[in-house]
Design a protein around this ligand. Structure first.
Ligand code: ADP
Length: 160
């Protein structure tokens, strides 16, 4: 059985993340999404909110679950019996840091490998930061970027 973890900040989850989640869930038996607790000092959403939005967005994907974690990704993977870490690659700018992380993780635990999915072209530009930026403007249709439940939470959070 292949089990994988997909770690990230997901502040908030975007359609780009969901695309990676769906594609990864097609090639592994079980996928555990890991919402990182302490990476960013000032996330817009609390870890509970980020987790709830993910849970709602992945509803219906039978082999996908959502957890929170703190610390090293390899420890998170190990604690779930997973030997694959899923990451997404958007542009060359992602490549250097992702390669460094993947190689470090391989040294920390050679039994765990990183599997990369290249972004679908329509989401190549999309990031959580861009979504937060454009959501601040009154008349932006953010349904092109995020699941409806995330769009509603963003409106609420930003007082729109
Ligand atoms: P992190 O802070 O760990 O980068 P993110 O939530 O920003 O967390 O991203 C988690 C993962 O999803 C990363 O591997 C990132 O490259 C990938 N990702 C984010 N947005 C997209 C997208 N639009 N297309 C493909 N992969 C993406």
């Amino acid at each position: 059985m292949t089990k994988a973890v997909y770690p990230g900040s997901f502040d908030p989850v975007t359609l780009g993340h969901l695309d990676i989640i769906r594609r990864a869930a097609n090639v592994v038996d079980e996928l555990v999404i890991g919402v990182l607790i302490n990476r960013e000092k000032h996330p817009l959403f609390t870890v509970e909110e980020r987790m709830e939005m993910l849970q709602e967005s992945v509803r219906g994907l039978e082999n996908v679950t959502v957890e929170t974690f703190d610390g090293r990704t390899v420890d998170f993977a190990r604690s779930h019996g997973a030997n694959i870490i899923i990451r997404g690659l958007r542009a060359v700018t992602d490549f250097e840091i992702e390669m460094q992380m993947a190689q470090t993780n391989r040294i920390l635990d050679p039994s765990i490998d990183t599997m990369f999915f290249t972004t679908s072209l329509r989401y190549a530009y999309l990031s959580s930061s861009i979504v937060k930026e454009v959501a601040r403007y009154e008349n932006t249709d953010i349904s092109k970027f995020v699941h409806p439940c995330v769009a509603a939470r963003l409106k609420e959070k930003l007082g729109k």
